[in-house]
Design a protein around this ligand. Structure first.
Ligand code: XMP
Length: 506
């Protein structure tokens, strides 16, 4: 495997994904929590950073432990820090070192640049530049403005590049990463979805033995893949619980339950709509709604799980971005993101936790799902928030509002599918606004509700842009919703990006 030492760059996870795309396994660790280098580690990548090496607070780990002993690739800050650490000079550069550049010189004897073409485009993004290399350091690539775009250390497998090979705009970046991981580090390209499934099934069998496991299904990709993987490993010792919180999409409870049963899962559906609706009555504050929904879920799930004799484990669909320790930009201290799909559940239930997807990125979860023969229909589903329609009904939740929103949402989502737009959108849904306005229907004046349609493009939900849906499509959706959903007389389209807006309205 390859270890990636994270100095806090926004691109660190991308490096990880690009290495994994080569079917080479890698792990990301904060620079100040670096694990022992044992024989399974074939190479180390030093990431970029928002810091300058001249910054007092900049990450400054001791590199002498790895330099010369194992292949190393420094990227951006990693390259500058290595030069700085071993006696070179790094100084502020002018603004030309942002954006596209071309490699006007490449040393093709250097294994890092095998099969990389001269004049290839690379992406620079740094405020500093290396002005002097230490002794024994040799330039292996330059651009017009950046003399030391890449260097290597004589008689060592230590390399560094000041551009970012992991981003899309570095045209042959993947070749550079492949040269490093596969040729220089000699990693085998055997990390595939299928090999992951085989290894994980074995591991789970060993870890769980004949213990019983319980899992909360949500209809989403992560929990579904977790369930199928565990089902392969331990079969009927896995019990899945799927709760109808009264805030799911139209017919979702019925349909998803049905498809889980078809997949051979041992699944219990619990209809708890009225409990959720009762507790939400009159509540308008979004955070309070989230708490009530979360608490109710735990109660319902716990009561159901208690009916199963001798359960020892709680399975969760946690994925890698949730468990990577993130490097804080406010100082070189590592903070742990504490995201749980169902916060508080393990503590309350006194169960041991098993998270078979905790080392996978989202796109890998989908590929593993495919290797497990899960239907594309399920794997390609848009993300849907845990509190469901509860946070898409602004203000208080009532069963009547849920009905209205479910109808409108179904028209919109089915419309996207029928028009071939669903897979072009990252997430879509309808929001019921707490606004009534005047309309005319036939000869009568109406005073009814407004819904907003939301469709965004994104890769991880952290940033998002609204999608330019065709006018014809929007016109059709507006007509259908107003004509078919009792209680709605106005439809608007949300054209805000995140930031500064958010994807959800609450
Ligand atoms: P925002 O609205 O913050 O949403 O731009 C980003 C992503 O997170 C989802 N989201 C939630 N998911 N519980 C969840 O499980 C929540 O309380 C919650 N709030 C927002 C949202 O749907 C989007 O995918």
């Amino acid at each position: 495997k390859i270890l990636i030492l994270d100095f806090g760059s926004q691109y660190t996870q991308l490096i990880g994904r690009k290495i994994r795309e080569l079917n080479v396994y890698c792990e990301i660790h904060p620079f100040n929590h670096f694990p022992e280098i044992d024989e399974t580690v074939k190479g180390v990548i030093l990431s970029g950073s928002p810091f300058s090496v001249r910054d007092k607070k900049a990450p400054q780990p001791d590199l002498s432990k790895i330099k010369g002993k194992i292949p190393v690739l420094g990227i951006c800050y990693g390259a500058q820090y290595m030069a700085h650490f071993f006696g070179g000079e790094v100084a502020p550069s002018d603004s030309r070192e942002y954006g596209r550049a071309k490699l006007g010189f490449i040393d093709h004897d250097c294994p890092l640049f095998q099969d990389v073409s001269l004049h290839t485009q690379v992406w620079m993004s740094h405020g500093d530049t290396i002005t002097k290399l230490p002794e024994n350091f040799k330039v292996v690539a330059s651009t017009e403005d950046v003399n030391f775009a890449a260097y290597k250390i004589d008689n060592e497998l230590t390399y560094a590049i000041q551009f970012h090979p992991e981003v899309y705009h570095t045209t042959e970046g993947q070749q550079v990463l492949k040269n490093f991981a596969v040729d220089i580090c000699e990693c085998e390209q055997t990390w595939t979805p299928l090999s992951f499934v085989e290894a994980t099934v074995k591991e789970l069998q060993k870890k769980l033995g004949s213990d019983k496991v319980v899992l909360g299904l949500s209809g989403g990709v992560d929990s579904s893949v977790t369930a199928v993987l565990l089902n392969e490993a331990i079969g009927s010792n896995l019990t899945c619980i799927f709760v109808d919180n009264g805030l799911l999409r139209k017919d979702e409870f019925k349909n998803v339950l049905h498809s889980y049963e078809n997949m051979g899962l041992n699944v219990i559906g619990v209809d708890a709509k009225h409990k959720f609706w009762n507790d939400l009555r009159g509540i308008t504050d979004p955070e309070e709604k989230r708490k009530i929904i979360g608490r109710n879920f735990i109660e319902v799930f716990d009561a159901e799980a208690k009916k199963i004799k001798d359960v020892k484990w709680l399975a969760q669909g946690t994925i890698y971005p949730d468990v990577i320790e993130s490097v804080s930009v406010n100082g070189p201290s590592a903070t742990i993101k504490s995201h749980h799909n169902v916060g508080g559940l393990p503590e309350k239930m006194h169960l041991k936790v098993v998270e078979p997807l905790r080392l996978l990125f989202k796109d890998e979860v989908r590929r593993v799902g495919k290797a497990l023969n899960i239907k594309q229909e399920l794997l390609g589903r848009h993300p849907f928030p845990g509190p469901g329609l509860g946070i898409r009904i602004l203000s208080d939740v009532t069963p009547e509002k849920v009905r209205m929103l479910q109808e409108a949402d179904a028209i919109f989502v089915n419309g996207l599918k029928n028009w071939g737009l669903y897979d072009k959108v990252w997430q879509a849904g309808v929001i019921l606004l707490p606004i009534q306005s005047v309309g005319v229907m036939g000869d009568e004046r109406t005073y009814e509700n407004t819904v907003a349609l939301r469709a965004v493009a994104s890769t991880d939900g952290m940033t998002a842009d609204w999608v330019h849906l065709p006018y014809d499509f929007l016109a059709k959706m507006s007509n259908e919703i107003i004509n078919r959903v009792r209680g709605i007389n106005r439809v608007v389209y949300d054209i805000s990006s995140k930031p500064p807006a958010t994807i959800e309205w609450e």
